[in-house]
Ligand binder design. Structure first.
Ligand code: AHG
Ligand code: MN
Ligand code: MN
Ligand code: MN
Length: 335
């Protein structure tokens, strides 16, 4: 058998990818890795113990009913990151405002983490893949002071690292520090993430399109035309394409990363900026997909070039295989 590389070994071997960080980023990734295992353990118990499933009985700032696992994953991630002292602040889909550590060693942390602790909440109770999304930035304010809003409102171009965890038929952690994308699968028998998908590349073309077609009537004309294009018959381009929509962004993007495809969450009549959150969902996934050779935009502008103006900002998302996204953008530009 080939030698297995664990995530821990990989991080040590790749220290030279982030020379400025001197082990800080490694410790930070270790915290996320640990939280991922803890969340994974709970996700896998869902259904066995009745205090994990269902609603937590309150709404988050997004206007969504929080599920118990949304809250659980949020707390686990925050605690793991707080314990490492590398992070001075955290922005989360589940918190109204950013968290800025205002005492102790954490104030000296040089990094900020933005996260969607549990992605795909509507799939928790029905045993369908869910995920966690995170991104890491260097703080702008001086270490030793309390982090400010400007530390959190950074464009994707300033990202240091980003990744996602998918709790699927197996659990994977996929991340990039700006030197390509690598995927690690959790071997639950030993509790270790092992390198299973080195140097992931998203195919330039694909045959899968993912969009919530129930909202069709509310889509912009360009998206309607692109969907019709996907459905037309054409031997040369192997159309019609296949439609796949899980409803967990992480799982839809992960599948398209491997098989090739496009995911679209456009503006709709009800959500004129789309539904997905720029900082917690769109930027980190755009970073990873670009690092794998794909493209991500809001239909017009590159996601990584958008400067966020508020914490919970939403934008449309067109993400996936290069040629597919560019074609969808062309339909958007034309209509
Ligand atoms: P979250 O569970 O973090 O709130 O995210 C839900 C998102 C995303 O995962 C998914 O792709 C999308 O919402 C589904 O939205 P629709 O039900 O409107 O299709
Ligand atoms: Mn949510
Ligand atoms: Mn989400
Ligand atoms: Mn979420």
């Amino acid at each position: 058998m080939d030698k297995l590389t664990t995530l821990g070994e990989f991080i040590v071997e790749r220290q030279s990818d982030f020379p400025f960080a001197k082990g800080e980023l490694s410790r930070l990734l270790s915290a996320i890795r640990l939280a991922a295992k803890v969340v994974n353990r709970e996700v896998n118990k869902a259904g066995l113990v009745d205090d994990i499933l269902g609603s937590a009985g309150q709404e988050n700032i997004q206007g969504e009913t929080q599920q118990k696992l949304d809250v659980y994953a949020n707390v686990q991630m925050i605690n793991a990151l707080r314990a490492q002292h590398e992070v001075c602040g955290i922005g989360s889909e589940e918190n109204d405002d950013f968290i800025a550590f205002d005492k102790g060693e954490s104030m000296w942390g040089k990094y900020i983490v933005m996260m969607d602790p549990l992605d795909g909440s509507s799939n928790i109770d029905v045993n369908v893949s869910i995920g966690t999304i995170f991104s890491i930035y260097r703080r702008k304010t001086k270490p030793g002071t309390v982090a400010q809003l400007e530390d959190f409102l950074q464009p994707g171009l300033d990202l240091v690292a980003a990744g996602y965890i998918i709790y699927g038929s197996s659990t994977m952690l996929v991340f990039s520090t700006g030197h390509g994308v690598n995927g690690f699968t959790l071997d639950t028998s030993i509790g270790v993430f092992c390198l299973s998908h080195p140097n992931m590349r998203i195919p330039e073309d694909g045959k899968i399109y993912s969009i919530n077609e129930g909202n069709y009537k509310q889509f912009p004309e360009g998206v309607k035309r692109y969907i019709k294009y996907c459905q037309e018959e054409d031997e040369a381009t192997q159309r019609p394409y296949t439609s796949r929509y899980i409803g967990s962004l992480v799982a839809d993007v992960h599948r398209n990363m491997i098989k090739g495809g496009i995911y679209i969450y456009p503006a709709t009549g009800i959500n004129p900026n789309g539904k997905l959150r720029l900082m917690y969902e769109n930027i980190p996934l755009a970073f990873i997909v670009e690092q794998a050779g794909g493209v991500a935009s809001d239909g017009k502008n590159r996601i990584l070039e958008i400067t966020p103006e508020e914490l919970h900002q939403r934008t449309p998302l067109f993400i996936g295989s290069k040629n597919m996204v560019e074609q969808a953008e062309a339909y958007m530009a034309e209509h």
